[in-house]
Each structure stands twice: as C-alpha cells, then as structure tokens.
Ligand binder design. Structure first.
Ligand code: 5GP
Ligand code: MG
Length: 180
C-alpha cells in the first residue's frame, strides 16, 4: 500500500494540529446550538471521528451516503443512498466533508439539506481543491482544513477503488497506479 504513494502531502501530525485549530473555532461557533453534524460517507469517516472529538459542544451525529464516483473521475450524477435520519428542520446543521473537488457532491448535498429547512447550514471540508471546481459552482466552504493542489490524493478516509482509506496520512497516489 505504502509503495503506491508518490509523496506524503499532509502528515498525521499536520492533520491533527489543524483539526484542533478548527475544533476551537467550531466549539465557539456552535456553543449552545446543539448542532446536527452531518458526515458525507464514506470518505469523511476518519476525519469525522477526529473532528467531532474537538468540537466540544453538545451535538448530534448524522450521516448521508451519496453515490457518484467511479475511479478517479466524477460523473456528476448523484444518488442519495442513505439520507440523514434526524429531523433537521429548524436545527443548526454542520456538514463535514472529506474533499471539495469539482463541487458536484457538496452542491448537491447543500441543496438537498436546504430543502429540509435547517436554521443554519455550514460546511467544513478537510481538503479544498479549488483548481478543480466546475464552472458555475460558486459555493464557498465555511471552514477549510487545507487547500491543496490539483492531484489525486488518498489516505485518511480517501480511497482509490476502496483502497488506502486506512492510511493515517494524506498522500499523492503514483499516477501509474490509476493509469494501469
Ligand atoms: P466533488 O468532485 O463532487 O467535489 O467530490 C466528490 C467526491 O469525490 C469527494 O467527496 C471524494 O470522495 C471524491 N474525490 C474528489 N477528489 C478526490 C481525490 O483527490 N482523492 C480521492 N480519493 N477522492 C476524491
Ligand atoms: Mg466523499
């Protein structure tokens, strides 16, 4: 698995330090708001587990599972495989995402959740790849862990064909791995 990594982009320590910083901001933002923290599966799972432990307020966990991605290219076709189970109407909702890439997935998620009329809706993404944004998507993430260059990354929840999610760091995959 490690042999398929060309370069470590973000180490375990860098990720954990940034999560603690974001945690302080989010703890202040959501004090007394009892937010519903919605994770977008499956890539967010590792980030989610670390992030919520740094948001030191009373909160509720929930998840959405979308389906759209085949290999390294986004199709833009979204499917809700599993919707949130909480009634978020009138609640403060914080979306946690692994990566904001073309924006198809977040754009869809935001529209889908807004229809349920939350009191507020904010986005926290661990990674932002602005160079890849689809024209027409103007949505801004409210909280960004790291802005990264246009490379396909894996680890810390992110996969390539369901592999590498359990790497503790974020790395760039050797192009020959997905060009094979
Ligand atoms: P979108 O293109 O809709 O912004 O991103 C949708 C999803 O594509 C992300 O949630 C993530 O699962 C996947 N994705 C986008 N960029 C990368 C990347 O560099 N590496 C991996 N492993 N997945 C990515
Ligand atoms: Mg994802």
């Amino acid at each position: 698995m490690e042999n398929d990594i060309q370069q470590i982009l973000l180490t375990e320590a860098q990720i954990q330090n940034r999560i603690r910083e974001l945690g302080e901001v989010l703890t202040a933002e959501y004090a007394d708001k009892n937010p519903v923290i919605v994770g977008v599966l499956k890539g967010v799972v590792v980030f989610y587990a670390d992030m919520i432990r740094q948001i030191k307020v009373s909160c509720q966990m929930d998840f959405m599972w979308l389906s759209s991605y085949a290999g390294a290219n986004s199709t833009g076709n979204m499917l809700v495989r599993q919707d949130v189970t909480a009634n978020i109407r009138g609640r403060h909702v914080l979306i946690l995402e692994d990566i904001y890439d073309t924006g198809n997935s977040l754009d869809f998620t935001v529209k889908h959740l807004k229809e349920k009329e939350p009191a507020s809706l904010k986005i926290c993404t661990l990674l932002d790849k602005p160079e890849r944004r689809k024209p027409g998507i103007t949505l801004q993430a409210d909280y960004v862990g790291f802005t990264i260059p246009n490379a396909f990354v894996v680890g810390y929840g992110l996969d390539y064909n369901e592999k590498y999610r359990n790497l503790p760091y974020i790395g760039v995959l050797k192009p020959e791995v997905y060009e094979k």
